[in-house]
Design a protein around this ligand. Structure first.
Ligand code: 5GP
Ligand code: ZN
Length: 108
């Protein structure tokens, strides 16, 4: 298994897990861009949002985002999914960034 996030999800590579259930795992980003920076990913490998077909996984991901925010005490947070290298994606296993804990301003 060469995908780094598959290996993290399987527990082969250590990570700081924030949440885990049957379909989804959430870990702290190793290079946080905000006081809270968590990555919510499906356990099943898919390269990006462009490959997401299963509505149950889509729902589990969004519920995971919401549950991470609640667990981290965030009332305000930003959720980002970079899709494709040109959009800033560097790890090609679908993940949603959850950022919060500071004033994030507006996107631009
Ligand atoms: P992307 O640029 O693909 O949207 O986001 C990838 C994110 O994964 C980056 O924010 C990067 O810091 C994080 N990351 C990459 N490799 C690892 C790792 O091995 N462990 C953890 N916890 N985060 C990682
Ligand atoms: Zn993977």
């Amino acid at each position: 298994m060469s995908c780094i996030f598959c290996r993290i999800a399987a527990g082969e590579i250590p990570s700081q897990k924030v949440l885990e259930n049957e379909q989804v795992v959430a870990i702290r980003d190793r290079a946080p861009q905000a006081p809270v920076h968590v990555l919510v990913m499906p356990k099943k490998h898919m390269a990006s949002l462009a490959e997401l077909e299963d509505p149950a996984i889509a729902a589990a991901l969004l519920k995971g985002v919401k549950d991470v925010a609640a667990k981290e005490g965030l009332k305000e947070f930003r959720t980002i999914a970079n899709t494709g290298a040109g959009a800033g994606q560097t790890v090609f296993h679908l993940h949603l960034h959850v950022l919060g804990g500071r004033d994030l301003g507006s996107l631009g």
